[in-house]
Every structure is written in C-alpha cells, then in structure tokens.
Design a protein around this ligand. Structure first.
Ligand code: SF4
Length: 328
C-alpha cells in the first residue's frame, strides 16, 4: 500500500469548563478523544455518527481550524502540528474543506471569479492575472459551471450550482486531501447524486483523498472505502466500508444502520432511545451504556478499548462476540 497522505494519531481536542456556575472545580469536555486514522491518495474515509458526536471537531482539529489539545498529524510524512508561518501556509494548500451549507459558505459580495481565485491569491499561485483567470475558467468547466457566469454572484445560482462553486474553490489549488463536511445534506435529493458523482469523478482524475463526514449512512456507504463510527468524541468502530455495513459489530453502529433511512431532521436515528448525553457530563465506563440495549454492569464501570476483532475491523465493546449479528 502507498504511504498515507494523512496520518492522524491519538488526536484530542479538550475544552476546559467549570463544573457549575459557582464552582471552582474544573472539568474538560472531550469533544474529540484519541482519534487515529490513515488516509491514502485516492481513498475515501467516511466519518459517521449523530450530531454532537465529534465529527466536525475532529476534522476542524485535523486541519487546525481549531488547535488540537494533543496527538500527531502527519501530512505527507511531515509534522503538520509543528508547522508555523510560511511552511503552514504552504501545507494548508494540500488540505481543503467543502462546507455543508452552500448557502452560507460563499461570500455574497464576491463574484464566482473572486471566490474561486481567492485561494490562488492567498497561496501566491498564478501571480499574473491572466493565468489566474484561465485557471478559474478551467476549474469552472471542470465542475460543470458555465464559464460565462464568471462575474455572477452566489445568489444568482441554485443550491447545487453553489455547491459546485464550493467544490471549485476547494480543488482549484490541486490539494491532496479534501474534507467534505456533510457536503450534500443541504441539497435536494435529486441534486445529491450529481454532486457525489462529481466528487468521485475528481477523485479518479486527481487522485484525491477524501474525508467524508455525514450522518447519512446511505451516502457514506456509496462513497467511502473505510468508515469510522464516532460516539461522544470517540471512535467506537472502524472498518472497511463493505465489511462494516455487512457485518456491523458495535450496538451503536447497528442502531444507526437499523435507522436508515429513518433519520429525523436532526440526524437522530429512529432506532435509538434518548439523546446523545452531554459531553460536559459523559456517562462512566462505556460512553454508550445509557442507550445500549445490551448494557451489563461492567459497561457502566469500565471503558472498552477499541480492539481489532476481524482483520482491519475494530470495535470498542465488552460483549462484541456475544451480541446478535445483523438480521438476528
Ligand atoms: Fe453496549 Fe456494553 Fe458494548 Fe458499551 S460495552 S456497547 S454498553 S454492550
């Protein structure tokens, strides 16, 4: 296998909080706790879980939109967390983000040309105007936007077209890794497939690595090679996409799959009781024990480790070998 373009080891993002309004006692919210994964060129890693499970904090920490509390991030073998100044600016060209909401992620006062050209200007690529304009027009064509619309503003486009502008902005610098944060969840179902197909086309053409965040398991199943399932900031299951969807091990993953396509508007699985507990006051032991139908005494006392149960298929559950398998 080729060397990973991105390697994340034991990533943590903790937020200190007071235990109460009048208390001096401090606590921490572990929004992302001990998350590790690798990503190779041309590969897609899906990260799934309900809202509030730490998906977005994890990717924001990976690209240092927020500074991680601990862990290592290697980008093309280089220590990304240690980078500063021009070196960091240079490395950031290799990591790009496509946002969830194409309505709010584009500056309404900028034309499409200015939006797509902005990363080139910040990175100091194509210093002459003619070269930059050519690159913008080429990229518009690549994402299926009519180049004659180059001087239009975001409000003049449909939702799907705006997401194409967001994709153009992300790929114009030819990054190695593109992080897609729920990129189709704000779009009509009829448009979603077109955007997913476009992302897959670029992956083939440019050998891009994707991290694909979603609460929609149907979409992740379609696009991801490997999947991480997160619950309250921790990875509870990890595996090859085909294997994980065919043979889910963790009760949380099973509940998520049982809920497809019955997620409600907040991305809460219909097959699960209750809400995700507050990360400010997480359950003891296994974080999932307050909602798990198989919980035993030990589950409230001891946190299960993420261990490999089949080749490349890891799960954090004390009773993984004794739970009913899919369909039972
Ligand atoms: Fe459920 Fe216990 Fe497994 Fe946690 S460790 S998922 S509570 S059975």
């Amino acid at each position: 296998m080729s060397r990973p373009v991105l390697k994340v080891e034991h990533l943590k993002k903790y937020y200190p909080i007071r235990k109460g309004a009048f208390s001096r006692e401090k606590a921490v919210v572990k929004a992302c706790d001990d998350v590790s994964f690798e990503l190779c060129a041309g590969e897609t890693l899906g990260i799934v879980g309900e809202s509030g499970c730490g998906k977005t904090t994890t990717i924001q920490s990976v690209i240092r939109l927020i500074e991680p509390t601990g862990g290592r991030i290697l980008l093309n073998g280089q220590d990304f967390r240690a980078m500063r100044g021009p070196e960091l600016k240079q490395a950031r060209q290799k990591l790009k983000l496509i946002f969830q909401d194409p309505y709010s992620s584009l500056n309404p006062r900028m034309t499409v040309k200015e939006i797509i050209a902005e990363p080139l200007e910040i990175a100091g690529v194509c210093s002459n105007r003619a070269g930059r304009d050519r690159r913008v027009l080429e990229t518009m064509e690549q994402v299926g936007l009519d180049p004659s619309y180059v001087n239009r503003y975001p409000h003049e486009f449909s939702g799907g077209q705006r997401q194409r502008i967001g994709i153009a902005r992300a790929i114009v610098l030819r990054p190695d890794v593109v992080i897609c944060d729920e990129p189709v969840s704000a779009l009509d179902v009829s448009i979603q497939a077109k955007i997913i197909n476009l992302l897959r086309q670029f992956q083939r053409e440019l050998n891009l690595a994707y991290i694909f965040i979603s609460h929609d398991l149907g979409v992740v199943r379609h696009i991801a090679d490997r999947v991480l399932v997160m619950y309250l900031g921790r990875v509870v299951e990890e595996g090859e996409s085909k294997e994980l969807f065919a043979n889910p091990l963790h009760p949380y993953t099973k509940a998520l799959l049982d809920s497809v396509p019955r997620m409600d508007a907040d991305g809460k699985p219909a097959a699960l009781q209750g809400d995700v507990p507050s990360p400010a006051n997480p359950p003891s032991g296994c974080l999932f024990h307050t909602r798990c139908p198989y919980a035993q005494k030990i589950c409230a006392e001891t946190a299960p480790e993420l261990r490999e149960h089949q080749m490349g298929h890891k799960c954090a559950c004390h009773f993984v070998d004794r739970l009913p398998s899919k369909g039972e």
